[in-house]
Ligand binder design. Structure first.
Ligand code: PLP
Length: 360
């Protein structure tokens, strides 16, 4: 099937085949990666390769650390304030959806967290402008959710807030590795792996070194970035198998897929196919207009909940699964992450065209 799930989502067949061929015995180790000690030299090689590969793919500059953690992006909603909200005790948040709001709600527990812009007034269907004059120059950070998985909007280099010397913190769970980003514009990036990087269970943090080592006094040791940075992400047992699959995903991205630039080009082509069809359809309407449209998550509706449900059901029978929209938006959502081949999007559009001609 073509799986349009928002996450966990499709993995490249190339990766699954390789993992399958190595499932029982990794190299000459005589073991599955799942059975390996995280302290073994074979696993140290895997995690080292994974980090090196991620650094190469995203052109992560010197002065940034990469951490392989657990607890999902949701744990970062707490880890970020616990570690960063410690100079002025103030932070600014942009609310572009439920995840951004959850991050803000968690941040408020630890300090003075202001909302500086929000798109809640129109069901988060656009990216609000962030007026630099509105931002607190003394804030410990400015938090954004880069790509809004539920609503299908995204920041871009053009709409990214200019935060001056205030570190920009971004939840990139649903857009990391989909296109190049200038890492140097961010103080901290975090992402759950289960959309574009690998299976659930791994959370990646990319953090500027000067932001490490300032955690609040009662921060649990496991929630202190310094703990993990100081131990090479091996303070405790890391999610070893998820890290191994992440390494394979990066091998795929920079091998057969030709690198991040090519990946981005492919993602643009896939999204364009779908948006072009939606823009002229008389049955389906996209819920996001213009430049804020996500390349990864494409929500759309017919305006008739019964027809939406019929569409989702019939699509599933045709092998196009997980197209039901998030309950807060309704309708449909096609998540077309890196691993979704263009053929999947073509098949979806053809199916929608046929459904449209049957229901006009
Ligand atoms: N942030 C974004 C943008 C997401 O899409 C999600 C999950 O879908 C989360 C955070 C929550 O991630 P996790 O389930 O890894 O905690």
């Amino acid at each position: 099937v073509y799986n349009f799930s928002a996450g966990p989502s499709m993995l490249p067949e190339w990766v699954l085949e390789r993992a399958s061929s190595e499932m029982l015995c990794y190299g000459s180790s005589g073991q599955s990666v799942m059975e390996m000690s995280h302290r073994s030299s074979a696993f140290e090689q895997i995690i080292g390769d994974c980090e090196a590969s991620l650094r190469r793919a995203l052109s992560i500059p010197e002065g940034y650390r990469v951490l392989f953690l657990q607890g999902g992006a949701s744990s970062q909603f707490a880890m970020v304030p616990l570690n960063l909200l410690t100079r002025s005790g103030k932070a600014d948040y942009v609310i572009t959806g439920q995840w951004a709001k959850k991050a803000w709600q968690q941040g408020r527990v630890y300090g003075e967290c202001r909302v500086v812009a929000s798109s809640e007034d129109r069901t988060y269907s656009y990216i609000p402008q962030v007026d630099p004059a509105q931002l607190d120059p003394a804030a410990d950070y400015l938090h954004i959710c880069y790509n809004n998985t539920i609503y299908g909007t995204t920041f871009s280099p053009r709409t990214l807030p200019v935060s001056g010397s205030v570190p920009l913190v971004a939840d990139m769970s649903s857009s990391i590795l989909s296109e190049p980003v200038d890492i140097s514009r961010f103080g901290l990036i975090y992402a759950g792996a289960q959309k574009n990087m690998g299976p659930a269970g791994l959370t990646v943090v990319i953090i500027r070194e000067d932001l490490i080592g300032h955690a609040m006094e009662k921060t649990p040791i496991m929630f202190d970035y310094k703990t993990h940075a100081g131990a090479g992400s091996m303070y405790n047992t890391p999610p070893t198998y998820a890290i191994y699959i992440c390494k394979l995903v990066l091998d795929w991205l920079q091998g057969p897929m030709g690198g991040l630039e090519q990946m981005a080009q492919r993602n643009r082509e896939k999204a364009e196919l779908l948006y072009d069809y939606l823009d002229q359809s008389r049955l389906f309407s996209p819920t996001v207009q213009g430049e804020d449209r996500s390349l990864m998550n494409v929500p759309f509706v017919t305006g008739d909940p019964a027809l939406d449900a019929a569409f989702v059901k019939e699509a599933e029978q045709a092998g196009l699964v997980n197209l039901k929209g998030h309950r807060s938006v309704g309708g449909m959502r096609a998540s077309i992450y890196n691993a979704m081949p263009i053929e999947g999007v073509k098949k979806l559009v053809a199916f929608m065209q046929a459904f449209e001609s049957d229901h006009r």
